[in-house]
Structure formats: C-alpha cells, structure tokens
Design a protein around this ligand. Structure first.
Ligand code: ADP
Ligand code: 5GP
Length: 209
C-alpha cells in the first residue's frame, strides 16, 4: 500500500488480556476523529458483543472465501483455533480520506501489516507484570480456564516480539496508557514528511509578500 500523506495507520497489539480492548475504547471515546478497524473472526460471539461493531462474525466458509477474494490486509489463526483478519477496503478508504485508523490485532497480524505497509506505526501494549496479566485474563471472565492458560502461555512468545515494534506502552494505569498512545499519535503527525506541505505553503506565502 502507498504511504498516505496524512492519515496514520496505527497498530495496537500485545498479549491477550493486556487491555487492548479497553485502551482502544477509551481512545475512540476521547478522539472522535480516530477510526477503529472492525476485524472479521470465526470465533463465537461473547455476551454483549454486536456483529459489525465488536467483530464481523463469520463462518469458516465465509472467512475462507474472503481470503480467496483477497479481502484481507492481514489475517491469521490466533491461538491455533479461530481466524481473525483485517478487512482491507475500510482501511484503504479511511487512509485515502486522510483519517487515522487503528488496528487492534495480534503480533502475527502486526508483522504482516509492517511488511505490506512499512509506514504503519506499531505500538506494543505491555502488562505491568505477568501476574497482572494473568489476573486480567482471569478477571475478564470471558474464557474457559484452559483457554486462559493457552492465551497466557502464548504471552511470553508475544512479549519477545516487542522489539519489532516502534513503541512500547505499559498499561499499568489505564488513563496513562491511553494518554501515552495519544502522545505517540500527536508526535507522528509532526513527522517532517507529513508537515512539509505546511512549510512549503509558508515559503510560497513569503514570496508573495
Ligand atoms: P485485550 O483486549 O488485550 O485482550 P481487555 O481490554 O479485554 O484485553 O482487558 C482485559 C481485562 O483487563 C479487562 O477486564 C479490563 O477491564 C482489564 N484491564 C485493562 N486495562 C487495565 C488496567 N490498566 N488496569 C486494570 N485492569 C485493566
Ligand atoms: P479476542 O478473541 O480476545 O477478541 O481476540 C484474540 C486476539 O485476536 C487478540 O490478541 C486480538 O488483538 C487479536 N485480533 C483481533 N482482531 C484481529 C485481526 O483482525 N487480525 C489479527 N491478526 N489479530 C486480531
């Protein structure tokens, strides 16, 4: 994908239970201009989840058809069971419109996006400690104990992927973690290649005076 001039493609990932969902929710509430990419998944709906809002819930067949039709920017089988993927069209449209878009995806998906879109800004959300991670996974109460164990077991591998990211944000106090991501977004908007037009306009204006 071509590097967009204005819109940022932000990846937020990290181990299951670290708080990606709540950090994203707070970011959306506090920054109405930030768009969230809704992923497609074959996993079953949790109580309270809404199709098209939490995820696009798909059957295996539907998901595989989307793969064949090249409808995903990235996709992966997370924790060896269910498929998850980022629908390509929405991301491309939002970036073309100059909007910032955030992908809440796992470390494998983040790797794929960095390959196809090297301009993407990858933020790794880390837990303050492994015991906090475990309590959050258990405390959420959405998975069976063996699923919690499997996800916790993957966390060490996922932590080792952090070195490939651009930023590491520790989600200790939620509000601080959200503010840290907001600071990253603000700073990225001030990158020279995104601000050169502004300076060129200033130069153009000075010639007219
Ligand atoms: P993920 O999306 O990374 O799997 P969630 O956003 O579902 O994680 O968060 C997992 C659990 O941890 C939730 O119950 C959430 O309320 C809790 N949690 C998230 N961030 C914090 C935090 N900073 N302090 C305490 N609890 C948190
Ligand atoms: P959950 O089942 O708890 O909603 O999500 C499990 C994992 O899948 C989380 O780590 C989440 O970030 C990841 N995930 C959600 N959507 C996508 C996606 O579109 N692509 C990838 N690669 N991972 C995703």
């Amino acid at each position: 994908m071509q590097k967009p001039k204005k819109g940022l493609l932000i990846i937020l990932s990290g181990p299951s239970g670290v708080g990606k969902g709540v950090v994203c929710k707070a970011l959306m509430e506090r920054n109405p201009n930030l768009k969230l990419s809704v992923s497609a998944t074959t996993r079953s709906k949790r109580p309270g989840e809404i199709d098209g809002v939490s995820y696009f819930f798909k059957t295996d067949e539907e998901f595989k058809r989307m793969i064949v039709n090249d409808e995903f920017l990235e996709y992966t089988s997370v924790y060896g069971s269910n498929y998850y993927g980022t629908p390509r069209a929405y991301v491309e449209e939002e970036l073309a419109a100059g909007h910032d878009i955030i992908l809440e995806i796992d470390v494998h998906g983040a790797n794929q996006v960095k390959k196809c879109c090297p301009f993407a800004i990858a933020v790794f959300l880390a837990p303050p400690s492994m015991s906090a991670l475990k309590s959050r996974l258990i405390g959420r109460g959405t998975e069976e104990p063996e699923v919690v164990e499997r996800r916790f077991g993957e966390a060490l591998y996922e932590l080792r992927q952090a070195e490939k990211y651009d930023y590491i944000v520790v989600n200790d106090v939620l509000d601080k973690a959200v503010t840290a991501v907001e600071h990253i977004i603000s700073a990225e908007h001030m990158r020279v290649f995104r601000r050169l037009d502004f300076v060129e306009d200033l130069e153009g204006g000075s010639k007219k005076q």
